[in-house]
Design a protein around this ligand. Structure first.
Ligand code: SAM
Length: 285
């Protein structure tokens, strides 16, 4: 892990091309072929979800299944209802996955990272304070840009719903010349935005937070204006035939001071006295 230095950048405010880039990608589809290894990882994640909800598997063999059904987890009993799934994208050593899994014990939480090295630390006793790993926590090694597109297919097919999506401390790519590697200036952004009902981004770089919030505002407007949706007075109206509405969506961007850091990077930044930021993009519940 790099040291806890503040982000240094040759950029002092929101990137000058933000609007242009976000609007362009909102009108295009990211077509890069999906890597086989992420398809395989995604299939593993699907199996975990199915087992958690007790379908296509012996309900008794997936830990946590009995509780999930008894407590009425969303989608636990209904064949036709989408299954609730939470994503912890770029989970690193997976600490946040455990916190989120404890917060939502009836929903499977999938921690995803491309670094096998970081994932080997996931669920170790230091992270769980000696307790068992929550049965709804699961980690896989995968490429997010591919995993998100596969997950969106499930959402659009009405099989999954993602009530919460954590994107905690993504690589900031602070050089202006690398700005299009930031998730919100990348062609993947419309997919990220369409995936979850609530997305929470955390970062130690204020500009990243402000850009992400602004990009969400621009992309939502762009995405839902045409062809089927109208955007009026900051409300998106849904037309017949569309499965998702962004009506009443809120975007908040604020600094925060976590009492108990939930990730390795969050702890490091807090210990170094850095200001932390979060953006929450949320549909009304
Ligand atoms: C700065 S670290 C933050 C890790 C963790 N969220 C934390 O706060 O401790 C960013 C993480 O995102 C992962 N990552 C970055 N880009 C990724 C991608 N395209 N697909 C999968 N993982 C990615 C990296 O491997 C790294 O573990």
């Amino acid at each position: 892990m790099p040291g806890a230095n503040s982000v240094t950048s040759n950029q002092e405010t929101i990137h000058k091309d933000l609007e242009k880039v976000v609007r362009k990608y909102a009108r295009t589809t990211f077509l890069r072929p999906i890597a086989d290894h992420t398809r395989e990882a995604f299939a593993e994640a699907e199996t975990f979800v199915e087992k958690f909800y007790g379908k296509n598997g012996d309900p008794g063999t997936a830990s946590g299944v009995t509780n999930a059904i008894r407590d009425g987890a969303p989608g636990a009993n209904a064949e036709t209802e989408p299954r609730a799934v939470i994503l912890d994208s770029g989970c690193g050593t997976g600490e946040s996955t455990i916190h989120i899994a404890r917060r939502y014990p009836n929903i499977p939480v999938i921690g995803i990272d491309k670094s096998g090295m970081r994932l080997t630390k996931a669920g170790n006793p230091a992270q769980t304070a000696g307790e068992n790993v929550p049965p709804n926590a699961f980690w896989i090694r995968a490429e997010l840009l591919d995993f998100w597109r596969l997950a969106l297919e499930r959402v659009q097919a009405g099989e999954w719903t993602i009530p919460y999506h954590a994107v905690y401390y993504p690589n900031p790519w602070p050089k202006q010349s690398e700005a299009t590697r930031r998730f919100h200036m990348h062609p993947i952004f419309p997919t990220l935005l369409s995936l979850g009902e609530t997305i929470e981004l955390r970062t130690n770089w204020e500009i990243y937070a402000r850009e992400f919030a602004e990009a969400a505002r621009i992309a939502t407007k762009e995405l839902y204006r045409f062809p089927a949706l109208r955007f009026e007075d900051d409300k998106v109206e849904i037309n017949k035939g569309d499965s998702r509405s962004r009506a009443g969506m809120t975007i908040t961007c604020e600094s925060f001071d976590p009492e108990n850091p939930e990730t390795a990077f969050e702890r490091k930044y807090k210990d170094a006295g850095q200001k932390l930021w979060r953006v929450v993009v949320a549909l009304p519940q």
